[in-house]
Design a protein around this ligand. Structure first.
Ligand code: SF4
Length: 311
């Protein structure tokens, strides 16, 4: 589903339409950008913070890019970050992150939002700020300053004087067992959320779609670990690969992994099913039809009883 930025493309895991930020900031990855509200003139210098209209968020979402250096330990077949050239962006400057976030929050809660191109065309329910996402042009938990970045955003939330916003960590779940990531997550409140990527139900398909030097078993263990402590949202991308829909048996295995997570005590608040929506450096992956996505969603609902949304 579509989203809109006030300044950038969407982060991995977001179906977003930019409303603001800077052209160089644009977090990418699995996101789908549906259209821009154009740039907020006073925020075009942003490098770390963008504003989106996000269908998955159900309204406005601010993205905090923790990976301007594009670092990721996955190499998803559908990723729209082109890593063929080394990024020269440094790791996150948390002082800059705080300043850009404050400025964006000030914009969102001001009358100036009305001046953003495209904003007035949005349905009323999409004009509300729904969340601040910890995301990036790579895997946010790999940032060497992940814990500091979380502390910074939580600090801005506590002292900024704006209405409460929830934090959402968009993650491939590979580092959720690392102590420094656990330390950062201790700052999350009960309202904050983790949206964890799960694109496969077998190791073979995991290797084909996520192409990571990791194992599906490890990813599942990490999801279970955090989902025993707090409800998680599962984000699952299904694409056509080399012109083929995901094999039926792989979808069955994927549903079986969700069932196993539930049986082991994972709290899963919802499952988001979506597809590759924007051009990626890897032409092997293309968009999967809404009918096919809806079919997978139906299998998940019937197999697990979970709330499932298609984007
Ligand atoms: S996990 Fe990494 S490689 Fe995969 S979509 Fe996200 S940023 Fe791209």
């Amino acid at each position: 589903m579509p989203e809109t930025t006030i300044n950038q493309p969407a982060p991995p895991g977001f179906d977003a339409v930019p409303v603001s930020g800077s052209a160089e900031t644009a977090p990418a990855g699995a996101a789908a950008v549906d259209g821009a509200l154009t740039g907020a003139p006073d925020l075009t210098g942003n490098r770390l913070v963008c504003l989106y209209v996000s269908s998955r968020a159900g309204g406005l979402a601010i993205d905090a890019n923790l990976n301007p250096d594009e670092r990721c330990n996955f190499n998803c077949a559908y990723c729209d970050v082109d890593r063929s050239q080394l990024s020269r962006e440094p790791v996150v400057d948390v002082a800059r992150l705080a300043a850009e976030l404050r400025a964006m929050l000030a914009l969102v809660h001001s009358d100036r939002m009305q001046e953003q191109a495209g904003f007035q065309n949005l349905p009323l329910e999409l004009r509300r700020l729904r969340l601040v996402a910890l995301s990036g042009d790579g895997e946010p938990t790999l940032s060497p300053v992940f814990c500091e970045a979380v502390e910074t955003v939580v600090h801005v939330r506590a002292l900024g004087g704006w209405p409460f916003f929830k934090l959402v960590l968009l993650t491939n779940a590979s580092a959720l067992d690392q102590p420094r990531v656990q330390r950062g997550l201790r700052h999350f409140t009960r309202q904050d959320e983790i949206w964890a990527k799960l694109d496969a139900g077998t190791q073979a398909f995991f290797e084909r779609i996520n192409r990571a030097p990791d194992t599906l078993a490890h990813i599942l263990r990490n999801i279970l670990r955090v989902a025993k402590e707090r409800p998680v949202v599962i984000q699952s991308l299904f694409a056509r690969m080399r012109g083929q829909n995901p094999p039926a048996h792989e979808v069955l295995e994927y549903v079986a992994r969700l069932q196993e997570l539930q049986a082991a005590g994972a709290q899963i608040s919802s499952v988001q099913i979506y597809s590759a929506n924007q051009a990626t450096p890897n032409s092997e992956c293309t968009h999967l039809s809404l009918a096919a996505l809806s079919g997978i969603a139906r299998q998940v609902r019937e197999g697990t009883g979970l709330q499932v949304t298609v984007h």
